[in-house]
Design a protein around this ligand. Structure first.
Ligand SMILES: [Zn+2]
Length: 288
């Protein structure tokens, strides 16, 4: 299928109360697991590669763009946490169909000005844009956030931000943080409902790794349309591979075996997230 835009994969998510997962990927084996899960469930998916240290993107991105063209489901290629106008421009040139401009650590007016510029440039290239208002901070070890501390999204600020920037998706801070949690996060669902009632654009949850199944259900029910999954997913996959290591005894077979296991385990983890995000409700939409 041709590469899909963010708006295409998030279509009707709000109305039908389901979310689409954005899965950060840094290698071939993980990517194959994500796409296998999406194809098995015939649901759209967002593959994300970030503006933070990772693989050699000059080699990795052409593989992603080519691989997406050979899938049977809509796949959006999303640039996660773009840190500047220039980084977003380079991402668009490299083939991303969606970019996040993360101005959340700037002042409100600076964030609006930067995001607006990126939206104008990206929309001219038929690329969609995610912005962030409020700030989702970081737990220890996270690479995504520009600052560790968090501040909540004010519903009125979300409305003003959307009105002034025309973003296609909006990340909001309601009590989550990137990376590994020391204790369970407390999600402010009332705030989420208040934001939801004021803005019609799809809302995005970052820092979702510490949430319970019930938290995910309530987040989706109350208006989260795109949920980013990275930390928990990679920890689950690598811990299962570490458990298998003693049984992998042949050096010749080991790298191939590890690669196959990464694909198999990441597929299982992504399938679990697709169920948590209720993405398969998209089929109810098409039957209706
Ligand atoms: Zn994030």
């Amino acid at each position: 299928m041709p590469i899909a835009t963010l708006r295409e994969v998030l279509k009707n998510t709000r109305e039908n109360h389901f979310a689409v997962g954005a899965f950060d990927t840094m290698d071939h084996a993980f990517t194959e697991g994500i796409l296998a899960a999406a194809e098995e469930t015939q649901t759209p998916v967002i593959l994300a590669a970030g503006d933070f240290p990772g693989p050699d993107y000059s080699n990795f991105l052409p593989y992603l763009v080519d691989r997406i063209s050979r899938t049977s489901v809509p796949v959006c290629l999303h640039f996660d946490h773009g840190g500047s106008f220039e980084a977003c421009a380079r991402a668009i040139r490299a083939g991303f169909s969606s970019v996040m401009i993360d101005g959340s650590a700037l002042s409100f007016s600076e964030n609006i000005a930067l995001t607006k510029r990126v939206v104008e440039m990206a929309h001219a290239c038929h690329v969609d844009v995610e912005g962030e208002v409020g700030h989702v901070g970081a737990n220890a070890g996270s690479v995504e956030s520009r600052r560790d501390d968090s501040w909540y999204t004010e519903p009125e600020a979300a409305a003003e931000f959307f009105e002034k920037t025309s973003v296609d998706a909006l990340a909001v801070a309601i009590g989550t943080a990137h990376g590994v949690y020391k204790e369970a996060p407390k999600i402010d669902f009332e705030r989420l409902r208040a934001i939801r009632s004021r803005v019609s654009v799809p809302l995005v949850m970052h820092g979702a790794s510490g949430l319970s199944d019930e938290d995910f259900h309530r987040a989706v029910e109350n208006g989260m349309c795109k949920i980013n999954a990275f930390t928990n997913l990679t920890l689950a996959v690598t811990s299962r591979i570490a458990d298998d290591m003693p049984s992998l005894i042949s050096p010749l077979q080991m790298s191939h075996e590890i690669s196959l296991k990464m694909t198999a385990y990441s597929k299982q983890e992504v399938l679990r997230h697709i169920r948590l995000f209720e993405t398969e409700k998209i089929h109810e939409r098409s039957r209706a």
